[in-house]
Design a protein around this ligand. Structure first.
Ligand SMILES: Nc1ncnc2c1ncn2[C@@H]1O[C@H](COP(=O)(O)OP(=O)(O)O)[C@@H](O)[C@H]1O
Ligand SMILES: [Mg+2]
Length: 246
C-alpha cells in the first residue's frame, strides 16, 4: 500500500473528546509529540490511549525512560481505578512495558552521544519486536535531549528516530517535558518540526483554580479542531471537552 493511502487511515485514541477534535484519531504511522509542563498529564494521557488501543487487540509498547515500569503501572491503576483489566493486558503481552534498561544506559552511559543513541534505537526496535507492536509510546524525548546535549546531534538523532519509527510501522506518541505550563510561554525545539503531529497540554490559573487545556497544534495528513479544549483528569480517565467552532 502506498504511504499516501496509509496516511489517511486513522487510529482512534478511544478518548471521545480527543477523537472528536482530531476528527477520528491519529493518522496511522504518524508520530505525535505530546508536550506540556510538569503535571499536565502527559504520562497518564499517553498510557490511557495505549490501554484503549491494547484493549482493541492491537499490540502496544510503553517505553518509559523517566519513571520505573512499576511506578507507571501503579500510578495508572491508582489514577484510573475503573480501568481495571490492565494487569491482564500486560500478562497477555498486549502491553509490553519496557525502558528500565534503556534508561540506565541513557543516564549512566559513558559512550559517545551518537553511539549511545544508536543503542537507544536498537533497544526500541527490540522492544517493538517483542510483541510485534503497532503502537508505541516513548516517555519522554526530553531525557534523550538532555543526553545528547548538542543541538545539532539532537536534531540528527530525531531524524534518525523518525526514520526508524516509520520503518518499524508503528503509530507513536512521544512525550516532551516543557519548562513552562502556559500557552504564552511555549517555545519549540526541532522535534516539533520533525515529527508529524503535536498535541500541546497547558495549565493556567483562573480565579485561583488550575485549568487544563489541550490543543492540536499540528497533525500531518489530517484536519483537526483549531480550538483549545478544556480537559479534566477523572477516575474514569481523561475527559476532553469539545468547543463548538464558528
Ligand atoms: N491518582 C490520581 N487521581 C487523580 N489525579 C491524578 C492521580 N494521579 C495523578 N493525577 C493527576 O495527574 C497529574 C500527573 O499526571 P502525569 O501524567 O504524571 O503528568 P506529566 O507526565 O505531564 O508530568 C497530577 O498532577 C494529578 O493532577
Ligand atoms: Mg510524565
Amino acid at each position: 500500500m502506498k504511504e499516501s493511502e496509509n496516511a489517511k487511515r486513522k487510529l482512534p485514541t478511544g478518548i471521545d473528546g480527543l477523537d472528536a477534535i482530531t476528527y477520528g484519531g491519529i493518522p496511522e504511522f504518524n508520530q505525535i509529540i505530546v508536550a506540556g509542563g510538569p503535571g499536565c498529564g502527559k504520562t497518564l494521557l499517553t498510557f490511557e490511549i495505549l490501554y484503549n488501543t491494547a484493549k482493541k487487540g492491537i499490540p502496544c509498547t510503553y517505553l518509559t525512560l523517566e519513571e520505573s515500569q512499576k511506578n507507571i503501572l501503579e500510578n495508572f491503576k491508582s489514577a484510573f481505578p475503573d480501568l481495571s483489566d490492565i494487569d491482564s493486558l500486560v500478562e497477555s503481552n498486549k502491553i509490553v512495558l519496557a525502558g528500565n534498561e534503556t534508561a540506565s544506559k541513557v543516564q549512566t552511559g559513558t559512550d559517545s552521544q551518537s553511539y549511545a543513541f544508536s543503542n537507544v534505537l536498537s533497544d526500541i526496535e527490540e522492544v517493538v519486536h517483542m510483541n510485534n507492536s503497532k503502537f508505541l509510546v516513548i516517555d519522554s524525548l526530553s531525557i534523550l535531549k538532555l543526553m545528547l546535549g548538542d543541538l545539532l546531534i539532537y536534531r540528527k538523532s530525531m531524524f534518525a528516530l523518525r526514520l526508524n519509527l516509520k520503518r518499524l510501522g508503528v503509530t507513536s506518541f512521544l512525550t516532551m517535558e516543557m519548562q513552562h505550563t502556559t500557552r504564552e510561554a511555549m517555545s519549540f525545539g526541532p522535534e516539533f518540526f520533525i515529527f508529524d503531529g503535536t498535541i500541546m497540554m497547558y495549565q493556567s490559573i483562573e480565579e485561583n483554580k488550575r485549568k487544563y487545556g489541550l490543543e492540536i497544534l499540528k497533525m500531518r495528513g489530517s484536519n483537526h479542531s483549531m480550538s483549545i479544549s478544556p480537559y479534566e483528569i477523572t477516575d474514569k480517565g481523561f475527559r476532553i471537552f469539545t468547543i463548538s467552532e464558528i
